[in-house]
Design a protein around this ligand. Structure first.
Ligand code: GLU
Length: 361
């Protein structure tokens, strides 16, 4: 039995402030067809704020009003999903999450258990950010990223981002008629990231940056990802064939859960800046030692996840054994001298090799 996570955005689901019931019906019909072909789906949906705002009759600007709109709109959204699922003889369930639900281990395990119990029991999980209670600091922020975090937790083989564009283009297709659709991406290089640059591709590929970010998370976590036009819902069941529409990003790594957590589910508040020799050691899966540290920035407590930076670029993230003020004292020194510098017993490595996750192999 295969599993697929399908993300659908507000612009594809909300028309003139109302739920596009025809579109939702086609989506659920397609999900039923996938189910009949032994593929179980999980949905990440947007739309709560847009639906709530229209129904209440406001244009929400401040956080409180957005939260109120989300609380109301989420109910409208779920009514639509419940009705459409019932029509096709299926059941669905609502899960609302925030960033904490991924960062905090206990909450993450709860989420994973609920998600998998629903899928095991043939109930479609319908997931959204818990916008009604969220403030900026605790949000994942966008549903592309949210769906990429969900996909490996649901043991999905594929993540499909349904959007109002056909896929990733070499340039903005609305302004450059020579722009071509990229069918397959095996490696997310700097060139690919540049294609999603918001300033160069404002109109046609708006939101492409978060989609590329989602592709990085999905493909390094062992999940393939497709960006596909939401107009082509019939194309969904072709996602597992060579006949797919849109852009396919092929999985290239299968990070374990701990490395996924370090890289994608934590928010480092500080960085350790290393020299070239230290970077080479880290890329060769060695520990980060005090002798290779040239600087620290931000705020670090022992046990915090930090960025590991060389020449202005983040190469890895890891769990620091020391706070920033101690790192400043021991940087550049040999490990054997750490205890005498700090005046107490301490670990030999600033970050142990097992606690380092590389952004790229
Ligand atoms: N969670 C938001 C909503 O349902 C949308 C976020 C997004 O589209 O990325 O309104």
């Amino acid at each position: 039995m295969k599993r697929i996570v399908i993300k659908i955005g507000s612009s594809s689901l909300v028309k003139k402030g109302k739920l596009d019931e025809g579109r939702l019906d086609s989506l659920i019909k397609e999900i039923k067809m996938l189910r009949d072909n032994d593929i179980k789906s999980c949905i990440v949906t947007s739309g709560s704020i847009a639906l709530g705002a229209y129904s209440i009759g406001v244009k929400p600007k401040d956080m409180k009003m957005k939260q109120a709109c989300a609380a109301h709109g989420q109910a409208i959204l779920m009514e639509g999903y419940m009705n459409a699922s019932l029509k096709y003889g299926m059941k669905c369930a609502q899960i609302l999450v925030n960033h904490d639900d991924f960062e905090n281990r206990e909450r993450m395990l709860n989420l994973e258990n609920t998600l998998n119990t629903l899928l095991d029991n043939d109930i479609i999980p319908i997931i959204n950010e818990n916008d009604a209670l969220a403030v900026e600091e605790i949000k994942v922020g966008d549903n592309d990223t949210l769906s990429a975090l969900i996909a490996p937790m649901a043991s999905a083989d594929m993540l499909v981002l349904l959007s109002d564009i056909d896929g990733l283009f070499t340039d903005n297709p609305k302004t450059n008629k020579d722009a071509v659709l990229i069918k397959r991406v095996d490696k997310i290089t700097d060139d690919i990231k540049a294609m999603a640059h918001p300033s160069s591709t404002e109109v046609g590929t708006g939101g492409m940056e978060t989609k590329i970010n989602a592709a990085i998370i999905a493909t390094t976590s062992g999940v393939d990802m497709i960006i596909q036009n939401a107009n082509d819902l019939e194309g969904l069941h072709k996602a597992f064939s060579d006949d797919y529409s849109g852009t396919l990003f092929v999985r290239n790594r299968s990070l374990n859960a701990r490395d996924q957590w370090i890289l994608f589910k934590t928010r480092p508040t500080g960085s350790i800046i290393v020299d070239e020799g230290c970077l080479k050691a880290i890329l060769n899966r060695k520990s980060l030692l005090a002798s290779g540290i040239v600087g620290v920035s931000g705020f670090i407590m022992d046990g915090d996840v930090v960025n590991i930076v060389y020449d202005g670029r983040v190469y890895a993230k890891g769990i620091s054994n020391f706070a920033d003020y101690d790192i400043l004292k021991i940087k550049g020194h040999a490990s054997k001298d750490i205890a005498s510098i700090l005046g107490h017993k301490a670990k030999g490595e600033v970050i142990h090799a097992n606690d380092i996750a590389l952004l790229e192999e």
